[in-house]
Design a protein around this ligand. Sequence first.
Ligand code: TZP
Length: 239
Amino acid sequence: MSTGKIRPGRAGRLQLSAISTKALNACQLYGIIDLSYIDSADIFRVAEAMIKGGVDSIQLRGKRQSVDELVDLAAELHELTTRSFTPLIVNDYAEIASRVPIEGVHVGQDDDSIEVARRKAGRAVVVGKSTHSLEQARAAQREGADYVGFGPIFATPTKPDYQPIGLKDIKQAHLDVNLPIFCIGGIKVDNLEQVIAAGARRVAIVSGLLKAPDITACAHEAKRLLLNLKSQTSNLENP
Ligand code: TZP
């Protein structure tokens, strides 16, 4: 997802280039490299394994690292992700996009607004937002997010303080929100079919990938299940 040229939109907002929009729309499996699970020295091995397994976008998430540390890691990681045109998104700190040519930033409910994140990035990047309810997902769309994370679907050690929202609202979220929706939280290959059956088209996975004995094989299986979903959908759309 190259960010391309910055073009002011109708509302003066920096618009994503067509190529960024295309990569975001095509993204089904979003792998998150959370530095509480792996050592920063391992991020390249992990990112390579994810990409080899078919992960479409990668997020760097480091809750305990400083902005400067994340800038350095993102810059090195971007050299790798860019080779396979895999968008790299950094969690929490939109200002990192003003220092490293990453493709996007991701903000939580308690972080910068989408508007502030775009301003801090200073150029056209993808901006995603975590949402934990239908109402928050609808609000993120009104606020101008490019995609939303929706969850936690299941209980997860990665976000232990959050009440899981379960599977019941996934279909409604897809009816109400016209943005890419990444279901997230406790998703693993073993429960992915359940999440897909509940209406998910895209997922973001942290520990399910990072703790897998073989990250590439795990990503590959998750992608196979998601792609199978796509072919079923297109068969329905074009019988
Ligand atoms: N947002 C909602 S749940 C979650 C985030 C960042 C953590 C997901 O991690 P895991 O390990 O895939 O359950």
